[in-house]
Write a protein that binds this ligand. Structure first.
Ligand SMILES: Cc1cc2nc3c(=O)[nH]c(=O)nc-3n(C[C@H](O)[C@H](O)[C@H](O)COP(=O)(O)O)c2cc1C
Length: 211
């Protein structure tokens, strides 16, 4: 089993990374393989709503979105980490999330269906719960079980050294990882025991415009 952890910070080894590393190390101790996927500092466009993904099966822009979607197919779980920028998730990871989830669903790839996910956020001081709420919404529109911890998944600091001193934040990361490992093992055991995936329904799309 393997989990991909996305670092949505421009700092490859900054505060968000310290939190993700704590999750990854704990998952590894539970026998789950991990991979950290860095968004880095390359500009990442938002979704242009061109809907090409519905025709070509992937996003029209050849960047980390398609690279991630290809990797994600074989992954069993996901952790998406973001620094808090103006009380929201960072701009790059917001574009990334919009595009991976939109392209995946419009291309009918079904990459995320019933795979567990968690969001983690890193901030100097505030805006954490707003950013956390924002990221969790991608999971609940994609039928992903959301893994929780003993508090909302956040760490505090301006430098990685600060985050290493946030003992409660790091504990939240370890508990989150163990909860995800437990869920993954239960899912695997359930599938082996013959528990079927839920019955599917055709999607119904309504809007609020009436004659
Ligand atoms: C553009 C920008 C906006 C920020 N806005 C906030 C904010 O709203 N609240 C906060 O506590 N920290 C804010 N910060 C600080 C970062 O969230 C914080 O330093 C974070 O831990 C950095 O994580 P990283 O090292 O992984 O990038 C902001 C930083 C930047 C660059």
């Amino acid at each position: 089993m393997n989990v991909i952890l996305v670092n949505g910070s421009p700092h490859a080894h900054g505060c968000t990374y310290v939190a993700l590393e704590e999750v990854a190390n704990t998952l590894n101790a539970e026998g789950i393989a991990t991979q950290i996927f860095q968004l880095g500092t390359k500009p990442l466009t938002g979704c242009t709503a061109c809907k090409s993904c519905a025709k070509i099966g992937h996003c029209i822009f050849p960047d980390s979105v398609n690279e991630f979607l290809d990797l994600a197919q074989a992954a069993d779980g996901f952790v998406f980490g973001s620094p808090v920028h103006y009380a929201a998730a960072g701009g790059a990871i917001t574009s990334f999330m919009d595009r991976i989830f939109y392209a995946d669903s419009h291309a009918g790839r079904n990459t995320f269906y019933l795979k567990p996910a968690a969001a983690i956020v890193s901030a100097r001081r505030a805006g954490t719960t707003a950013a956390f709420d924002q990221l969790n919404k991608y999971f609940t529109i994609a039928q992903m079980p959301v893994i929780s911890s003993r508090y909302w998944n956040m760490v505090h600091g301006v430098t990685p050294e600060d985050v290493k001193k946030d003992l409660e934040g790091l504990q939240i990361m370890r508990i989150l990882a163990r909860n995800m490992a437990w869920f993954l093992k239960c899912k695997e055991a359930g599938i082996k025991a013959g528990v079927q995936f839920p019955e599917k329904e055709e999607g119904i799309h309504t809007n609020f415009i009436h004659d």
